[in-house]
Design a protein around this ligand. Structure first.
Ligand code: C5P
Length: 211
């Protein structure tokens, strides 16, 4: 059977993770959180005392640390030398350096390869920044979930997370390697004034139209 990929991209705190999770659950697909993979690399630089701004040091680390992706209960998992960093992936120190490691082409090459391999396991809903533009450019199922800067900042505050989504978006949008863009053919859904259920309904509509 042909496996399909639903690509969901958008800026930080746009609500795309919640939508992707809900969608995957409803459709019985594997939900792949690619941000967690970039976060795992950032987390590893903390463990190893590697400066994330020194690309050559980060690349050297990639050869010394094993990153393994898997699936548990239809959700993607990532292990760093066999260890699941768990909630530590969301800590402030990781937020502060993830965009730096994500700008390194060798990091992206490694993770994109792992992301594409998920399709051998089954159909996926994959969320990130470059899924529709780079990872699965040929899928007809592409969405870009947006929200105003104010709404996104408030959502982060409500989660009690110290993060500066706007600063990360700026770094993510301005990098040379696979910047955050609206992929060609993606349907833009602005979730600023919508509840989760509404966004999920809109996403299901896109899948129906294009399926
Ligand atoms: O989605 P999340 O906010 O967890 O992503 C964390 C960071 O990982 C992003 O700010 C971005 O720098 C990077 N990322 C990326 N490409 C992806 C997913 C995440 O560059 N597909």
């Amino acid at each position: 059977a042909e496996h399909i990929a639903v690509a969901i991209d958008g800026p930080a705190a746009s609500g795309k993770s919640t939508v992707a999770k809900t969608l995957a659950k409803r459709l019985g697909l594997i939900m792949v959180n690619t941000g967690a993979m970039y976060r795992a690399v950032a987390w590893a630089t903390i463990q190893k005392g590697v400066n994330p701004a020194e690309a050559s040091d980060v690349v050297k680390m990639l050869g010394e640390v094993e990153f393994r992706c898997g699936v548990e209960n239809n959700l993607s998992t990532v292990l760093v030398d066999g260890v699941d960093p768990g909630e530590e992936l969301r800590q402030d120190a990781v937020n502060g350096r993830v965009s730096k490691v994500a700008a390194i082409p060798e990091v992206r090459d490694l993770l994109v390869r792992m992301q594409r391999e998920y399709l051998q396991l089954g159909s996926v809903v994959m969320e990130g920044r470059d899924i529709g533009s780079v990872v699965f450019p040929h899928t007809p199922f592409k969405m870009y979930i947006d929200a105003s800067e104010e709404v996104r900042r408030k959502r982060r505050e409500a989660e009690g997370i110290i993060d500066d989504p706007a600063a990360r978006d700026k770094e993510d949008s301005n990098r040379k390697s696979s910047p955050l863009v609206v992929a060609e053919g993606a349907v833009v859904i602005d979730s600023s004034e919508m509840g989760i259920e509404e966004v999920v309904e809109a996403a299901l509509e896109v899948l129906k139209e294009r399926g």
